[in-house]
Design a protein around this ligand. Structure first.
Ligand code: NDP
Length: 269
């Protein structure tokens, strides 16, 4: 567990990450490494903000001089609503993971960060992708994957939300009732199942042996999703690469300088 604060007790800091729960976040140690490498004297802390206290918490952070915040589960939609000037990516995904408090501007670096990592993992546009989940991250990823030319199948525990998401894709993807990995080069877990310790009902025997299983979650141990994928002989990646890429892009948006990705990745090893 990393150090984190309840929003009413959180000290002054220039930057931070808000969410609920927040104890699992590795962003503080990664961003501390980035600011240290840049020689920038900024503090970055993890703050728990329940969804029904979002507005009050934002007022508090503004009064404490916070410049920017990353936003995680389950606050990305609220952050989009709070922003006065969300950029084209936030508007496209209707989800925000990066806020600048002074002018209430916002962006979303999740999707572009995720696509950055796919290039490194040799998953080419045109590939079939099974995307698990229909929440904030899954929505942004689905749109970004379709925009980049991937063929996306969306499965979600609550099927109606997968249908609704595919509707927003403009008939470029499909919604599936079973998370069948057959024929997919990439299987992405964008659900919060790992946080709640649940397994997903995937028949791994049907997966392509060359496929990559990619979990957006990260932690000290492999998620049940990645354990099962590895047992089936698949390549795996956890969410650390995406964490680095989206965090680097947040720094670049806030400060206008290139973020030190290597130092950030080393801080997570
Ligand atoms: P949301 O709350 O917006 O969405 C949650 C999704 O998970 C919904 O589709 C929900 O389904 C599904 N879900 C929740 N519990 C279960 C379960 N037990 N079994 C199956 N499905 C479940 O969350 P986010 O999209 O913001 O985040 C999703 C995950 O991605 C989190 O683990 C988060 O930490 C991770 N993440 C990692 C990032 C990184 O940089 N590595 C960046 C962003 C997110 P339903 O609709 O049925 O409720």
């Amino acid at each position: 567990m990393s150090e984190w604060f309840e929003w009413r007790e959180a000290p002054e800091s220039e930057f931070g990450v808000i969410g609920d729960p927040i104890a699992h976040s590795w962003s503080p140690k990664m961003m501390a490494a980035a600011f240290s490498e840049l020689g920038a004297p900024y503090r970055y802390i993890a703050i728990r903000v329940p969804a029904n206290e979002f507005e009050e918490a934002m007022e508090r952070r503004s009064s404490l001089g916070t410049i920017g915040l990353n936003v995680t589960i389950p606050l990305k939609g609220l952050a989009f609503e709070w922003a006065i000037t969300p950029d084209q990516y936030s508007q496209h995904y209707r989800s925000v993971n990066t806020l600048r408090l002074g002018d209430r501007s916002a962006t979303n670096t999740d999707a572009s960060g995720f696509l950055e990592t796919l290039a490194d993992l040799s998953i080419e546009p045109g590939s079939d992708v099974l995307l698990l989940g229909a929440g904030g991250s899954a929505s942004a990823l689905a749109l970004a994957l379709c925009d980049a030319g991937y063929n996306v199948r969306v499965w979600n525990r609550t099927g109606a939300k997968a249908d609704e998401l595919v509707g927003r894709l403009g008939n470029r993807g499909s919604s599936v009732t079973e998370p069948d990995p057959l024929g997919c080069s990439l299987i992405v877990n964008a659900t919060a199942s790992t946080l709640s310790g649940f397994d997903l009902p995937i028949d791994w025997v049907r997966a392509e042996p060359s496929a990559l299983a990619y979990d957006l979650a990260y932690g000290h141990t492999l998620s049940p999703f990645l354990v099962a994928a590895r047992a089936a002989g698949l390549r795996t990646s956890d969410g650390r690469a995406m964490l680095v890429a989206q965090g680097a892009r947040s720094i670049e948006w806030w400060l206008g300088v290139e973020a030190p990705r290597t130092a950030m990745a080393e801080a997570l090893e």
